[in-house]
Design a protein around this ligand. Structure first.
Ligand SMILES: Nc1nc2c(ncn2[C@@H]2O[C@H](COP(=O)(O)OP(=O)(O)OP(=O)(O)O)[C@@H](O)[C@H]2O)c(=O)[nH]1
Ligand SMILES: [Mg+2]
Length: 303
């Protein structure tokens, strides 16, 4: 139902280590290890993970040996942060709040996920709690129409948390299965906007406390192609959304040559990754899978 990682991300063809000349012939000499470290930094693993991986590659006897060990290491590390996203809504209403900086991919991700829930036979509602821009509301409306979701929206400058309240009420009354809340893109240093996000979460959680069978989930949507500040973002979003129970969705992996970002961000934020975005189309996303991802990074076939 969802797209595959393999077919859509740009570093998959040969793996990130394919540029290392002489790797094959020489095994892991000091020169090769230095080149490996450079390649790891270029792929955005960050200096500390790069050093760990170089350690893993030391004393390996061949390219295949090195790649197998590196891949195992990355897989082991990434699996600590892998979180399955299931499509079930058996126990009650799922309310999923999407947050992140401007342009991270929140609205697009909601459209894609909404389409999947609808295909699973679920009744879906979108709440357009991004009330800053008229274009944001109409973008979500287009998705809602396209995928067959219901929609709660209001005019520009409407209070986002009132809209969230109203939308959850409608979902409860109409016995819907899942509510996906689109919030405005916000920079973590804008305190009033971050407070507003906290309020949205609290309104949703109050409804949960009132009805009991509502489950509130929080998603931080991060653009993997601008990964450098992601861990700072994660900290701020954690504190404004309250708690550590936030999952990451990494978008735009298709446009990124830097697969190492994923491990770096997971490590730095301490948050699990559940989904990855791999394009602009409705099926262009995938469950984050540590095994598949590490093998793709290392250019290894995992069939
Ligand atoms: N290549 C690629 N493009 C994506 C992906 N996800 C989103 N986009 C594109 O990124 C741009 C921004 O996406 P939006 O979904 O509007 O982002 P947003 O977080 O809702 O943005 P704001 O509402 O402005 O904060 C759009 O052009 C999307 O089509 C992805 O996984 N891959
Ligand atoms: Mg948006």
């Amino acid at each position: 139902m969802w797209g595959s990682l393999r077919s859509s991300i740009s570093f998959v063809t040969d793996g990130i280590f394919s540029r290392i000349s002489g790797f094959k012939a020489l095994g892991c000499s000091a020169d090769i290890l230095a080149e490996l470290e450079e390649e790891l930094i270029r792929a955005d693993f960050g200096p500390s993970v790069a050093k760990e991986i170089v350690e893993v590659a030391k004393n390996t006897v061949s390219r295949d040996d090195a790649l197998a060990r590196i891949s195992n290491y990355i897989e082991k590390e990434l699996s600590l942060y892998e979180k399955r996203f299931d499509m079930s809504c058996e126990n009650g209403l799922r309310v999923i709040i999407f947050a992140g900086v401007n342009g991270a991919g929140k609205t697009t991700t909601i459209g894609k996920l909404g389409a999947s829930f609808v295909r699973y036979g679920k009744k879906v509602r979108f709440i357009a709690a991004d009330t800053f821009r008229a274009a944001a509301v109409s973008q979500l409306e287009v998705w809602a129409e396209r995928v067959g979701a219901n929609m709660t929206s209001a005019g520009i400058s409407a209070d986002p948390s009132s809209l969230v309240f109203e939308g959850i009420q409608s979902a409860v009354n109409l016995k819907e299965d899942v509510v996906l809340i689109d919030t405005a893109g916000r920079l973590p240093n804008k305190n009033s906007l971050m407070d507003e996000l906290g309020k949205i979460v609290r309104v949703a959680e109050k409804q949960r406390d009132k009805y009991g069978d509502i489950f509130v989930e929080k998603m931080l949507v991060l653009d993997s192609s601008t990964g450098q500040h992601a861990s700072v973002q994660a900290e701020k979003f954690k504190s404004s959304m309250g708690g550590d129970d936030i999952s990451i969705i990494m978008t735009k992996l298709d446009g990124s040559a830097k697969g190492g970002t994923v491990l770096r961000i997971a490590r730095e934020s301490g948050l699990p990754i559940c989904l990855v975005g791999t394009g602009e189309g409705v099926s262009d996303f995938a469950q984050f899978d540590a095994t598949e991802f590490s093998k793709l990074l290392c250019g290894m076939d995992n069939k």
